[in-house]
Design a protein around this ligand. Structure first.
Ligand code: NAI
Ligand code: MG
Length: 335
């Protein structure tokens, strides 16, 4: 069966890692027709809209998109295209399966933590006001509907993938109403899934526990702000931003993407790590029923990383990158 997928290569290292990804997908034999579009800075540089209507139409038609990182400039320019996509497509769940890869950059081997982040509200609802000069208020929005929906998503995922435990992360000791409501919703849903263990942890302690004793965690369930921060922390435990995939699951469509940004510091040098993009594509393949191809891809990457010969400098640490540079070499990307 042929699948039609919307593909946004994105900015910075996006096109490089997208090309590497395409070759890996091709090698699995799965039939995919990519509908490729510019978005973000790349689209604006060509004089267009950062999120052209034809891109939205393509995603809504195909229901699935694969996306490279998009550059969002701090404090100026257009609104984040990522946020716009999230809003328009109602991408309410951000899923990040975080698994250790074999590499010297990996702080803990054998970790396998699934992070589920609420993707639409909390402090990222975008409600900020200058109350008076020098005083700004940002509002944290927590709703029962969105909290129940994300908790259900997490517990259903746990049931389907035979995960054992979900830890809800909060700061309800301080934000008694907002985080209190989030927790109440998590508890309510947890009761309907007796086969999945459930516990709660305060977010600052969670960060410390993740660094000291991460094996205690199986799945994390978080509102938007904590989810953003803690999921990058998790990435740092298993090999870095270059190896962790992500999926944004929505009611109108789903968008798969690596969790890292456009990495302008290394763009165009041929040293970007395509692993996260390739793993995100594997998640997408699983989502569209191509599990065999997904497994093939993931296993191939594990083998290549395990051999340690053809990997990008971010996985070898600074010393190895320096060694390569001395020999006049950059890293080899999946030749
Ligand atoms: P970043 O993720 O682009 O880079 C952080 C560090 O990680 C850099 O040192 C970079 O070289 C390294 N890195 C990231 N991906 C890598 C890869 N695949 N291989 C090797 N090294 C990698 O985050 P930063 O610098 O905060 O943001 C840069 C731009 O990306 C900003 O405009 C930001 O808005 C955007 N961004 C976009 C995201 C998206 O489209 N989903 C997510 C995060 C940031
Ligand atoms: Mg983030």
């Amino acid at each position: 069966k042929k699948h039609i997928i919307t593909l946004l290569p994105g900015d910075g290292i996006g096109p490089e890692i997208t090309n590497a990804m395409k070759r890996v997908v091709e090698a699995t034999g799965v039939l995919i027709e990519w509908e490729e579009h510019l978005a973000g800075k790349a689209a604006m540089d060509k004089g267009g809209d950062p999120l052209p209507q034809e891109v939205m139409d393509s995603i809504l038609r195909n229901k699935i998109a694969l996306k490279g990182p998009l550059t969002t400039e701090v404090g100026k320019g257009f609104r984040s295209v990522n946020v716009q996509l999230r809003k328009t497509l109602n991408l309410y769940a951000n899923l990040r399966p975080t698994k250790s890869v074999p590499s010297p950059n990996t702080r803990y081997m054998g970790l396998d933590i699934v992070v589920v982040r609420e993707n639409t509200e909390s402090l990222y609802a975008g409600i900020e006001n200058e109350i008076s000069p020098g005083v700004v208020q940002a509002s944290k929005i927590i709703t029962r509907d969105a909290s129940i929906r994300i908790a259900k998503f997490a517990f259903e995922y746990a049931r389907k993938h035979k995960r054992k435990k979900i830890t809800a992360i909060h700061k309800a000791n301080i934000m008694k109403l907002a985080d209190g409501l989030f927790l109440a919703c998590c508890r309510e849903v947890a009761e309907k899934f007796p086969e999945v263990q459930y516990n709660e942890m305060i977010v600052d302690n969670c960060c410390m526990q993740l660094v000291m004793n991460p094996n205690q965690f199986d799945m994390l369930l978080l509102e938007n702000l904590y989810g953003d921060i803690v999921s990058d922390l998790c990435a740092g435990l298993v090999g870095g931003l270059g190896v962790v995939p992500g999926a944004n699951i929505g009611t109108e469509a789903s968008v798969f993407e690596a969790v890292h940004g456009s990495a302008p510091d290394i763009a165009g040098k041929g040293i970007a790590n395509p692993t996260a993009m390739i793993f995100s594509t594997a998640l997408m393949l699983e989502h569209i029923g191509e599990k065999a191809a997904a497994t093939k891809m993931v296993n191939a990457i594990y083998r290549v990383l395990g051999e340690g010969k053809t990997v990008t400098p971010d996985l070898k640490g600074l010393v190895a990158a320096y060694e390569l540079k001395k020999k006049g070499l950059n890293a080899v990307v999946l030749e």
